[in-house]
Design a protein. Structure first.
Length: 155
């Protein structure tokens, strides 16, 4: 069973010069995904093809987990299925999440990247560095408070 925590955020205006915008402005299509039955060995190979360092695990078009190098190292062997080691509790972002709210989550949780979903359908991934660069580029480099209270809402 997948457990999702969607970071929704407030109602900040759309992106403009001087404002960091919303996650939809930063998301990159997840061109590399794996299925639950993909072997650990194949996932390791595919992980080398993605600059983000995480692979969304998708089944019938829906996100069911996420897997990174640390997960793959915990596998019982190279032929084990990804489902055996994938993270099933996944923090995700909505395309409408304000970049500032996403930055709070990245700083508190120390994720390298997070999936972006519409419902449970994967839109893509967004990297921590991309979010923090967007804040700096919008003149918001003074820092983001670490208290994300009210941002996480389990679905």
């Amino acid at each position: 069973m997948l457990s999702l925590s969607v970071i929704m955020g407030g109602t900040a205006p759309a992106i403009d010069p001087g404002r960091p915008g919303r996650i939809r402005d930063l998301v990159r299509e997840a061109s590399v995904t794996v299925g639950p039955s993909t072997t650990v060995d194949e996932a390791r190979r595919l992980l080398l093809e993605t600059p983000i360092g995480y692979l969304p695990v998708v089944d019938r078009g829906l996100l069911v987990g996420i897997v990174g190098d640390r997960d793959l190292r915990a596998a019982s062997g190279p032929s084990a299925p990804v489902a055996e080691v994938m993270t099933r509790t996944v923090f995700v972002l909505s395309p409408e999440t304000p970049v500032r709210d996403a930055a709070r989550v990245f700083r508190r949780r120390r994720f390298g990247a997070m999936p972006v979903l519409t419902g449970r359908e994967l839109c893509g991934m967004v990297a921590r560095d991309r979010v923090l660069e967007a804040l700096a580029g919008a003149g918001d480099a003074r820092g983001v408070p670490l208290d994300p209270s009210g941002l996480a809402r389990p679905e």
